[in-house]
Design a protein around this ligand. Sequence first.
Ligand SMILES: Nc1ncnc2c1ncn2[C@@H]1O[C@H](COP(=O)(O)OP(=O)(O)OP(=O)(O)O)[C@@H](O)[C@H]1O
Ligand SMILES: [Mg+2]
Length: 282
Amino acid sequence: MNDVRGIKQLAYLYKTLRREDFRILHAIERGMVYLEDITTFTKMDLKDASYFLGRLSKIKLVEYHEERYNLKYSGLDMLSLGYLYENNAIKAVGDQIGYGKESDVFESIGNGDEECVLKVHREGISFKNVLKNRPGMSKEDWVKISKKSAFREQTALKRLYPYVSVPKPIASNRHVNVMGRIDGCQLNRADLEDPGWFLDKILDEVKKSYERGIIHGDLSKYNVLVSDGEVFLIDWPQYVETGFWGSEDILKRDIKNIIDHFSRKYSLNTDLEEAFKRITRR
Ligand SMILES: Nc1ncnc2c1ncn2[C@@H]1O[C@H](COP(=O)(O)OP(=O)(O)OP(=O)(O)O)[C@@H](O)[C@H]1O
Ligand SMILES: [Mg+2]
């Protein structure tokens, strides 16, 4: 499972790949796993296809097992990276800046030289025990889940930006989202001089997103970034729509996570019901 490589290394590798490599990666992604199917799909002859498959296996973008070729996670990352480069969404990638539970976040430079990040969704794959707990789940399912997560996050960002303080959605492909880079620090690591002001500001953003029909669903001290006079709500794949049965409970849990943090760290006590009313009142 552990075949995930740094995006910088892949970006370097990208420059050495040829059109044929990408044709083969595409074919495997589309479900052609046997050599004959790959040659038919790519219209390559057997000798060329075998040569490129050998190369792709050697650089570990593809794996060969019992006569079947499969895409490794790095192969999928490469397809996304190729798409983002070719479509001028980004022009460079850099170091990893975020190690989330379910994603890798890398710094990146957009085509207009703006600072952005690549968020590579890896729902579950980094956790061997998740696989252990769900033995029936194949790698393909994880790919699907990661793509769905990326899609959901991008959908939320597009609906919220710029009305709510969230990263700017820039581009998206497969399981990767490109978004504006925020210069801030996670709320849990910050020592705020004026915590009351920040708490107010966070609850305001929660209200604004509620007014646009969206509840974060996983709001916590880890998914809020703060900087001088600004707060940003990040990490939106688990958002829920307002107005559904149970959605208000999810909103309450979000608010509780935030006010509990301010209460524990800054002894700033806020009534949950009042905060909830303030957000849901039109
Ligand atoms: N737009 C951004 N600008 C700057 N840093 C970011 C941005 N998005 C994410 N990060 C960094 O990457 C980290 C992980 O991002 P995020 O919370 O979105 O992913 P995650 O995998 O869902 O995390 P977790 O599951 O641990 O909550 C963040 O805590 C933050 O440090
Ligand atoms: Mg997070």
